[in-house]
Design a protein around this ligand. Structure first.
Ligand SMILES: [Zn+2]
Length: 75
């Protein structure tokens, strides 16, 4: 069954190529997202959206995604 072996071999090669592609393309992604991924995420007290700690607005020790929501929550 030479043809069957050839098909299996081709399938294995295709799988290996796909795995190698994934291995080489994956490390590039976390690097791009590194600035946002390494940071702690805080939840806006008003709308519940998750914001990186550096962009959070803190009013009366409460985290908000923006100044507007801090003002809206106070009123
Ligand atoms: Zn908000």
């Amino acid at each position: 069954m030479f043809v069957l072996r050839l098909i299996i071999l081709l399938a294995i090669v295709a799988l290996l190529m796909w795995l190698l592609k994934r291995l080489f393309s994956k490390p590039a992604e976390p690097e791009r997202l590194d600035s946002g991924k390494g940071e702690n995420m805080r939840q806006c007290k008003y709308c519940g959206v998750h914001v990186p700690e550096s962009s959070i607005v803190t009013v009366n020790d409460q985290p908000y995604c923006c100044r507007e929501h801090a003002d809206l929550d106070r009123n």
